[in-house]
Design a protein around this ligand. Structure first.
Ligand code: HXC
Length: 515
């Protein structure tokens, strides 16, 4: 069609108007807030020139409150498909410059259409949230729109990876779409996520709080655990998204694309990380880096429940999911938050056929009234459930302490680990030698002429008998006692020979995990 025909000019006029979003003033305001525009965000995330936009000409249908006089380009959301590192993705970005990115009926339909494409075509979904929430003028139609999105988030769960990026307000019920997705990214000073805003809190509770302190990026990556990745600015956030995607498959029938295998960096010496003194902490991430390809460990939820470490790495170029107790924080105990954090990650890996490697060093579950009252029984059960349910290849390495319920919970043989290895420093017992001696030798210690010396002797006796890997090895609960230097070799082999693993469970509609 020649470019000067009336039809062509009409197309140009309409598309130029729609592509302007909320207009120059609103765009300038967006930029002044340190934010990119919705379209620039999509362009920055996807491969160059790969974005194909749909539904540019969708219009809202609301007639109330003078809405029939308002043009809302694209109805405040941009949707389409593109590629990221060559792999197809579905993407949407709410456009705050158009009615505050508020969600009305047609806005929601655009989002659900692209979500349906993602489910049908087996493509990951990336949703960029920057919105004042339900479009107030559209009433229950807006609420219906959210319901349709939540339903699809749930339908897509475990089928395609779902990523939420919070780049502005995400208020009210809108927060539940990100909460239903697999990974939530936030940016310092830009992300604001809350159910009820500061004004409601002031009215109902009489408390003054800023949006930042209520639901800013730090709050959700350090306190609530609602978000998984913290970035200082949008570009850093996009870099994190791109990196995450390299570890993931497009859907639950695919495998992540393998990368070129690479040995760990020489600066991480696996033999020199655990201190000689058994109660001294160390950073479990150094052990992970000492065994995985290129020492590249992509940590998730780094700032929250830091007593457990989760993330992706590669062995021989293949993605693996790593869970490790972190002796640097609370001696690596399991508690309410760390159990939640690990359990959800284990379920993600299982859903997307990503093999799990677990590093164990913990004194058990965290004791205390706070934890009991916060439901450590229920939350702690999640990790047992997640590991027991998982049928992906599961390999466990016991580094040092593996006491009590913690030993069982951290992917023990009893929860069907395929391979359990223990370092010579492993201590596998019902509890630590000090506590054990105090209980089982209480009478002998009390009756001894020198109770202190007797206690010491009993601790030594208990340590010699149980604080080692050999009792568990003798019972076949672990498969091999291995030298730290051989860990990578054993892991590479375990992953390699588990590739065709099949394991089934009784048929059921679904289990009932301790949510
Ligand atoms: C309609 C909205 C809107 C909304 C913002 N706008 N939110 N329009 N419905 N929910 C419009 C504003 O009227 C304004 O239009 C433009 O977007 C920019 O908004 P500002 O307020 O000027 O921007 P800012 O000062 O940056 O404040 C942003 C904000 C604030 C904090 C998000 O707009 C706000 O508090 N909005 C309402 C948030 C809220 O309560 N949402 C409903 C939540 S309930 P003009 O024309 O002036 O440019 C909910 C239920 C969902 O979402 C339940 C699902 C289960």
């Amino acid at each position: 069609m020649p470019s000067s025909t009336p039809k062509h000019l009409e197309f140009l006029k309409r598309s130029t108007r729609a592509l302007r979003g909320g207009g120059q003033k609103a765009i300038e305001r967006q930029i002044a807030m340190g934010k990119l525009t919705a379209r620039d965000r999509i362009t920055a995330i996807l491969d160059t020139s790969s974005f194909h936009e749909y539904d540019l000409f969708v219009e809202h249908r609301c007639k109330d409150f003078d809405m029939d006089k308002k043009v809302l380009p694209g109805d405040g959301v941009i949707t389409g498909t593109g590629t990221l590192s060559g792999q197809g993705v579905c993407i949407y970005a709410q456009d705050f410059t158009v009615a505050g990115g508020s969600l009305g009926l047609m806005h929601a339909r655009k989002i659900t259409k692209i979500m349906d494409h993602a489910i049908k075509m087996g493509l990951p979904i990336i949703g960029i949230n920057d919105s004042g929430g339900a479009r107030i003028q559209e009433g229950v139609d807006s609420l219906a729109g959210y319901g349709e999105i939540f339903y699809r988030n749930t339908k897509a769960s475990g089928v395609v990876p779902q990523i939420s990026v919070i780049l502005g307000p995400c208020a009210g019920g809108a927060v539940y779409s990100p909460a239903l997705t697999d990974f939530v990214f936030v940016v310092d000073q830009i992300s604001k996520m809350f159910i009820t805003g500061p004004e409601v809190i002031k009215t109902v509770l009489g408390e003054d709080i800023s949006m930042e302190d209520l639901g800013g990026a730090r709050v959700h990556t350090e306190i609530s655990g609602n978000a998984h990745f913290f970035a200082r600015n949008e570009l850093e956030c996009f870099h994190q998204i791109k990196k995450l995607m390299t570890f993931l498959p497009g859907n639950n029938t695919k495998r992540p694309i393998p990368q070129a295998p690479a040995p760990p960096k020489a600066k991480y010496n696996v033999e020199q990380i655990i201190p000689a003194e058994p109660s001294k902490p160390y950073d479990v991430r150094d052990i992970i880096k000492a065994v995985c390809d290129n020492s590249d460990f992509f940590e998730i939820q780094q700032r929250w429940a830091a007593n457990i470490v989760i993330g992706f790495a590669r062995l021989n170029g293949e993605t693996i999911g790593i869970v490790g107790n972190q002796p640097l924080v609370l001696a690596g105990v399991l508690d309410v938050d760390s159990s939640d954090k690990a359990a959800r990650f284990i379920r993600f890996c299982n859903a997307f056929s990503i093999p799990l490697v677990t590093f164990v060093d913990l004194p058990g579950y965290l004791p205390g009234v706070d934890q009991e009252h916060a439901g450590v029984i229920r939350h702690g059960a999640k990790i047992l459930y997640a590991y027991s349910e998982a049928t992906v290849p599961k390999t466990t390495v016991i580094l040092r302490k593996a006491y009590g319920g913690g030993y069982i919970a951290m992917c023990s043989r009893h929860l069907r680990a395929d391979f359990v290895f223990a370092w010579p420093t492993a201590e596998i017992a019902v509890m630590g030698p000090e506590g054990a001696a105090n209980i089982i030798f209480r009478n002998e210690i009390a009756a001894a002429p020198d109770p202190v010396a007797m206690r010491k002797q009993k601790v030594v006796e208990y340590t010699e008998k149980f604080a080692n890997p050999y009792v568990a090895a003798a019972a076949g609960h672990i498969d091999a006692v291995i030298l730290p230097a051989d860990t990578r070799k054993f892991l590479l082999h375990a992953i390699q020979i588990s590739k065709q693993k099949t394991e089934s469970r009784p048929r059921k509609k679904h289990g009932i995990p301790p949510f």
